[in-house]
Write a protein that binds this ligand. Structure first.
Ligand code: COA
Length: 166
């Protein structure tokens, strides 16, 4: 069942923190960063945009993105998270599609996503790859010894031939 998409408000701050922590993938420091970015966005900082996926009033997932400083129309997808119990049901695809639509509508050219080489991120890497993201670079040992940075990009100026929502 698809969720409705709308901005994430202050009332959903605690739930966003819980969702992020409950993925089991992020360090506590990273969970804190997600909440900080929401706070900055709610305070009017246009460098960080959030969209939430809601089931009624319950936040089931969110994405956060913004312009990449020092680039011509490149944007970073900073976060995309779906409630563990709802993963694999199309909510992440819905969020990603919405972000890409908004970026295209604002003339953004390239999306960059940073993720990890760890085995527990394999489903995440598959998610991006099946949605038209290309592995552009890998930085060995970036996050920790044996935990590389994997950078994906997607060219938004090309037709979207990749599968989107299931
Ligand atoms: C990655 C994530 C946002 C995808 O959202 P989702 O709602 O689970 O994804 P969808 O249902 O739209 O798409 C499912 C596809 O994503 C992949 N996938 C990633 N994580 C998955 C999971 N836990 N369960 C099932 N599929 C998953 C599969 O390749 C699946 O492929 P399929 O469509 O061929 O079955 C979500 O699983 C998540 O929050 N993961 C943990 C946090 C994370 O890794 N965020 C990205 C940080 S860089």
């Amino acid at each position: 069942m698809s969720c409705s998409l709308r901005p994430v408000g202050r009332a959903h701050r605690a739930r966003l923190e819980q969702l992020t922590r409950d993925t089991g993938l992020f360090r506590e420091e990273e969970v804190g960063t997600a909440v900080e970015l929401l706070d900055e966005s709610l305070a009017g900082d246009e460098e960080y945009r959030f969209v939430g996926a809601f089931d009624g009033d319950r936040l089931m997932g969110y994405a956060c993105w913004g312009p990449t400083p020092g680039t011509v129309s490149t944007s970073d997808l900073y976060w995309i998270v779906v409630d563990r119990a709802r993963q694999g049901a199309g909510v992440g695809s819905q969020l990603l599609k919405e972000v890409e639509c908004l970026l295209r509508a604002h003339g953004r050219r390239l999306v960059v996503v940073e993720t990890s080489s760890r085995a527990d991120y394999e489903p995440t890497r598959k998610f991006y790859e099946a949605r038209g993201y290309t592995r552009a670079a890998r930085v060995p040992g970036y996050y920790a010894p044996g935990d590389d940075l994997v950078i994906y990009t997607k060219d938004l100026t090309r037709g979207d031939l990749a599968r989107t929502a299931p």
